[in-house]
Design a protein around this ligand. Structure first.
Ligand code: CUA
Length: 263
């Protein structure tokens, strides 16, 4: 059979095009790691979100190593939490669900984008190599203030990230001469051990307590404050644990004046 030279050329050209098209589609689907959200996340009753193990307290959890989980609840017209912080060089799995209507969770400038459907949990795993700041927005029309539904995702350098929280309990007032106690609770959400120091500064006094938390947990340390050394009047105090700080004011009064004398 004799095929005309031009005919042959066109046949070859169309074969090359077909192979090329298939190659680009395959690359697009597999190469850049684009994955569709499937039903791996499972389902949830929107009425039980508050009691749910994962969504009752949404936020960032350390799973171990460089792996984290982030639970997000979407509702008209906000995300809980709306500010998310994760470290660079991490692998983060997001679990997102909706309390009311269909929203989306779209991280601007990335390929992270999912519909958020009440009753369903959208699950996606993302690797963050570099620090960066991203906006989160909803691109499914969800009502009057749809355009205001937004959040923030901060990928911070690894050494700036922790899941430490500090809360301090201190009296507002103490009687001169009596010892009073300021207690600081440090909680650590990381699975790794935390070894640090809590420092209280009040007046001329600086008190330090060691804090050691193995794995995820919390520890409360107490500072005994010498009110006699402080003298009467108002004294500002500050409790510092690493980058976390809480402050307040303690008023030292004479036993006879002010305060709750009946105590
Ligand atoms: Cu939520 Cu639009």
């Amino acid at each position: 059979m004799n095929i005309h030279t031009y005919e042959k050329a066109w046949l070859i050209a169309s074969m090359v095009l077909i192979v090329g098209f298939i190659a680009t589609i395959t690359y697009g689907a597999v190469g850049p790691g684009i994955a569709m959200i499937d039903d791996d996340g499972g389902s949830i009753s929107p009425d039980n979100i508050n009691d749910h193990e994962r969504f009752g307290e949404p936020g960032v959890t350390h799973v171990g190593g460089n792996e984290y989980e982030v639970a997000v609840v979407a509702q008209a017209w906000s995300y809980t939490p709306s500010q998310i912080e994760v470290p660079a060089n991490s692998e983060v799995t997001f679990y997102i669900t909706s309390r009311d209507v269909t929203h989306s969770f779209t991280v601007v400038g990335t390929n992270m984008n999912t519909m958020v459907i009440p009753g369903q949990v959208s699950q996606m795993t993302v690797e963050f190599d570099e620090p960066g700041e991203y906006g989160i927005l909803c691109n499914e029309y969800c009502g009057e203030y749809h355009h205001t539904m937004e959040g923030k995702l901060n990928v911070v350098p690894e050494d700036e990230f922790d899941l430490t929280e500090l809360s301090v309990e201190a009296p507002d007032e103490a009687q001169a001469g009596n010892e009073t106690t300021i207690s600081a609770t440090v909680s650590d959400g990381m699975q790794t051990d935390l070894e640090t120091t809590a420092t209280l500064e009040i007046g001329e006094q600086t008190l330090e307590r060691d804090v050691m938390i193995s794995g995820e947990g919390s520890e409360t340390v107490e500072f005994a404050v010498d009110t006699a050394a402080l003298g009467t009047g108002e004294h500002d105090w500050t409790v510092t644990v690493d980058d976390h700080q809480e402050s307040g004011t303690l008023e030292v009064v004479n036993a006879t004046e002010g305060g709750d004398d009946s105590a």
